[in-house]
Ligand binder design. Structure first.
Ligand code: AMP
Ligand code: MG
Length: 498
């Protein structure tokens, strides 16, 4: 039998198969409009890993049409560019209508991980731009790109980023910067705020029902046959959000703007703005310079997510018979969060089987770390090398703490706990190094890459992406990226300006 000729594939992003299931929701969900592309665009960054998911090459393609498409200069049929409308609570206050002020949904591609929506962020004004200019600057685009891919590599559910394209187009923020477009990828970009939009003021029950059915179809098929699908969906979203919060806390990630319009209905991390990874551990750490009250401080994130889930429940009420059922659907959030965080912390400590007292042991360490401002990632990474034998001093770890006696007391408990389950240090170290990252996207690393990129050198963005794509590997040649932040990092201010 002769082999079939293999046709030269169309780059999947420009191929004919380009459905947009979101558009099937109906005209009250969006406005169709073409992107306003970047003038004279160039590639800034490309994620080989995300590209592979989409069936694209590992390097930025030389195909000029792809550069055009991913800078907003080519969005012809069957692409169907549209901006969606949503509303939301910002900093705890109802903000009314918001929407995709600078993001456009192009449609979706089939991938081994299921259908993926493709979005351009920064490709011009939409009816929802309000006071904004529809643009995203290079600085914030690099931050979103790197964080999306870094979180994915850490195993935290997140929207992905395929590429950044840039341009000399000036954009006014605190100073004049230049414009960029990030191509984002996710199974769906639907937010809690999409539901709130159709529920607030005058509920549009029909639209809400369509939205619930749609989200169940694309992300929660197990809720389809429930007696009350909206209640089942609420509970499933609560559980997924709980697990996401446990993941954030366990890797020391602070989102910075957990408004309900920045909460993914699929439990993904979405909208990377003034986020941060913890350096010196401070549970009250506020990563967003504009968050004066500390509403979104690190330790508050799990409670804020629960608050946001109440806003979602409120939005679903027109579809739910009684308020009690909605509140009950949120209850599992608490147990799911606690159980997931306990499991994450046990893994971070290298404990094999759960025992009473494990939570106190983990909290004891976090308290010591907070008291002495020990570096979050470095402490857990060094903990892998903990020597549990009697009399071991564990100097590399101990040196991270100011109050050595207090650390020693904790270490004695930890050693006893490890011995109680016959833990083998070398095996435990391997396990721990698979959950405690050596490399996280600290602000100063992003800052260095951004400064080089603003000068026209994009190699540091790409290098950092590569390092962060294997955050659990030793990568001795890149050890400097795992170091303590330099003194100047304390003065980095990250605000909502993007
Ligand atoms: P964020 O808090 O960054 O997620 O954005 C909140 C809202 O402001 C969303 O509706 C965004 O689309 C919108 N927005 C933010 N920046 C801009 C911009 N430069 N142009 C248009 N809309 C924007
Ligand atoms: Mg947002």
């Amino acid at each position: 039998m002769s082999a079939l000729p293999i046709p030269t594939p169309m780059p999947p992003l420009l191929g004919p198969h380009w459905p947009n299931r979101f558009a099937s929701l109906g005209a009250d969900f969006f406005t169709e409009l073409p992107p306003q592309g970047l003038p004279d665009p160039h590639w800034v960054a490309w994620s080989a890993d995300c590209a592979q998911l989409l069936g694209l090459p590992g390097e930025p393609p030389s195909d000029a049409r792809l550069l055009a498409a991913l800078s907003g200069n080519l969005a012809e049929a069957p692409m169907q560019p549209l901006a969606s409308v949503y509303s939301g609570h910002q900093f705890g206050v109802w903000a009314g209508q918001l929407g995709d002020g600078r993001a456009l949904w192009l449609g979706e591609l089939q991938t081994p991980a299921g259908p993926m929506e493709i979005q351009l962020k920064g490709a011009g004004l939409t009816p929802y731009s309000r006071m904004g200019d529809g643009r995203a600057v290079l600085r914030s685009s690099i931050r979103e790109f790197l964080a999306s891919e870094a979180m994915h590599a850490l195993g935290v559910p997140t929207t992905r980023a395929l590429s950044i394209t840039g341009s000399a187009l000036p954009v006014r923020r605190e100073e004049i910067e230049t414009a960029a477009v990030v191509t984002r990828v996710a199974p769906s970009f639907i937010r809690f705020g999409h539901f709130e939009h159709f529920a607030h003021t005058e509920p549009n029950v029909d639209a809400l029902r369509r939205l619930v059915d749609f989200v169940i179809d694309i992300g929660y098929p197990e809720c389809r046959d429930a007696a009350q699908p909206a209640v089942a969906l609420l509970e499933a979203v609560a559980r997924r959000t709980a697990r996401l919060m446990a993941d954030w806390q366990a890797v020391g990630f602070c989102h910075g703007v957990m408004n309900t319009d920045n909460m993914s209905i699929l439990g993904l991390t979405i909208d990377y703005g003034p986020y941060g990874f913890l350096d010196a551990f401070d549970p009250g750490h506020i990563c967003n310079h504009s968050d004066h009250q500390g509403r979104y401080a690190y330790a508050r994130q799990p409670n804020v997510a629960f608050w946001n889930l109440h806003a979602l429940a409120q939005a679903l009420l027109p579809l739910i018979d009684d308020q009690e059922a909605a509140l009950e659907a949120l209850e599992p959030y608490k147990t799911e969060f606690a159980a997931t965080l306990d499991a994450r912390m046990a893994a971070k400590l290298g404990l094999a089987a759960a025992q009473d007292g494990d939570r106190a042991l983990a909290e004891g360490l976090l308290q010591r770390m907070a008291a002495d401002r020990a570096d979050f990632s470095i402490t857990f990474r060094r903990l892998a090398g903990f020597d549990s034998r009697d009399g071991a001093t564990n100097d590399a770890l101990r040196d991270l703490f100011i109050d050595r006696e207090a650390f020693d007391a904790w270490a004695r408990n930890y050693a006893a706990r490890l011995r109680s389950e016959g833990s083998v240090d070398a095996e435990r170290a391997l396990r721990m190094n698979r959950v405690n990252p050596k490399y996280v996207l600290r602000n100063h690393l992003a800052d260095t890459a951004i400064r080089a990129a603003r000068g026209g050198d994009f190699s540091e963005v790409q290098r950092l992406l590569k390092v962060l794509s294997a955050p659990f590997d030793e990568q001795p040649e890149h050890a400097a990226y795992a170091d303590f932040p330099p003194d100047w990092a304390q003065h980095i201010e990250v605000s909502c300006s993007s």
